[in-house]
Design a protein around this ligand. Structure first.
Ligand SMILES: Cc1ncc(COP(=O)(O)O)c(C=O)c1O
Length: 368
């Protein structure tokens, strides 16, 4: 055991090595072009990403946190408005709502799918509710069509698809079913760049037009703004890299699925409960997280000693974060999310994870 290589929860280096030839050419082309922001690479990648998803408009932005903020701003959501979301998600989902000036309203999760419990959302709708912000967590997909049937038409649905590139529900790509969908290209994501990046997608031309203004100060030409926006542009280098990797996304997601199927078939520990995929979902397995109903920290310690890194997404739900104390939630308010935070553990998962590493993970867990 001692001399075996350490297994990272997520290792990005093998992916660069695998696609190095194509990526290096793409990067060099940008460097020689003399054009580094909002040029042909961004336009090309936006078109290709929209075609991949089967949606009409895609607007590249600096990162998905900005993408969520700009999505809300494009809908004119701001102070005095409420946005309903899940407490069991990455920090930026909630932070984006606050940064847009609105108030997050949390609805507890379904303990099996780890996703927002859409059946409970109607209880939380008030006259101030402007949007629902469901998160396709770890690659599992919220049933947006079912959600749409449960909320009045004037309430927007913004999909946080930061973790779900290529995940589908009933054959449709996640991120394309709501009014807006927001993707992250942070390096660890299923489609990851070598820096920050994000994309907002929509079927609505009015929203796409506003997003293009909002990401670039509101400029209509060199000297004139028609609204006050920010600087949140996807850059040419990231767009060029992402165009290369988009061609391999389905293969990479298939590789993740093979690993997940192996884990699901061969992990035998009785206290391990996998994330239940919602009806009709094909997950991209962004993260392979399971619930360890007893002894999570002991299992993590055991795996670390066997040279295997694990991680916890997420330690603390958003409603109990210090920054959100002003929202006046108390411990016990979201029991399903709070229990999951105590039990969740992520095992190594990345497309290039070698088979013998997978075997080592399985053997180590089963020996616990
Ligand atoms: C669910 C979720 N939403 C939003 C984000 C924000 O993405 P970015 O890092 O591109 O701002 C992330 C990334 O961590 C995420 O996992």
């Amino acid at each position: 055991m001692q001399n075996e290589p350490y297994i990272w929860r997520c290792d990005l280096q093998p992916q660069y090595e695998k696609y190095k030839a194509e990526i290096d050419i793409a990067i060099e082309k940008v460097l020689h072009s003399g054009r580094y922001t909002l040029g042909g690479q961004v336009e090309n990648f936006e078109a290709r990403f929209a075609a991949y998803l089967g949606c009409r408009y895609a607007v590249g932005v600096g990162n998905a946190t900005d993408g969520l903020i700009l999505a809300m701003q494009s809908l004119e959501i701001g102070p005095g408005d409420e946005v309903i979301t899940t407490p069991f998600t990455a920090i930026p989902t909630g932070a984006a709502i606050v940064c847009a000036g609105a108030r997050p309203v949390f609805v507890d999760i379904d303990p099996d799918t780890f996703l927002i419990d859409i059946a409970r959302i109607p209880e939380y709708i008030t006259p101030r509710t402007k949007a629902i912000l469901p998160v396709h967590l770890f690659g599992n997909v919220v049933d947006i069509e079912q959600l749409r049937e449960q909320v009045p038409a004037h309430i927007a649905i913004i999909e946080d698809a930061a973790q779900s590139h290529g995940s589908t529900i009933a054959g449709t790509q996640s991120g394309t079913l709501g009014d807006l969908g927001v993707f992250s290209f942070y390096p660890t994501k299923n489609l990851g760049g070598y820096g920050d990046g994000g994309m907002v997608v929509t079927e609505r031309k009015d929203l796409a037009d506003r997003l293009k203004l909002l990401r670039n100060y509101g400029l209509v030409d060199k000297d004139h703004i028609v609204l006050n926006g920010c600087n949140s542009r996807l850059d040419e280098l990231q767009a060029a890299v992402l165009s290369v990797k988009l061609e391999h996304l389905d293969d990479m997601n298939r590789a993740r699925n093979h690993i997940a199927q192996r884990y699901l078939q061969e992990l035998r520990h009785l206290d391990l409960v996998p994330q239940h995929l919602a009806e009709g979902v094909v997950s991209n397995y962004h993260v392979f997280s399971v619930r360890m109903t007893t002894g999570r920290s002991e299992l993590m310690h055991h795996l670390e000693k066997a040279g295997i890194q694990t991680n916890v997404y997420y330690e603390l739900p958003l409603h109990l974060q210090q920054a959100n104390a002003y929202l006046n939630y108390h411990k016990g308010a979201m029991p399903a999310a709070e229990a999951l935070c105590r039990e969740i553990i992520a095992l190594p998962m990345y497309p290039e994870l070698p088979q013998h590493y997978q075997s080592r993970v399985i053997q180590a867990v089963n020996a616990f």
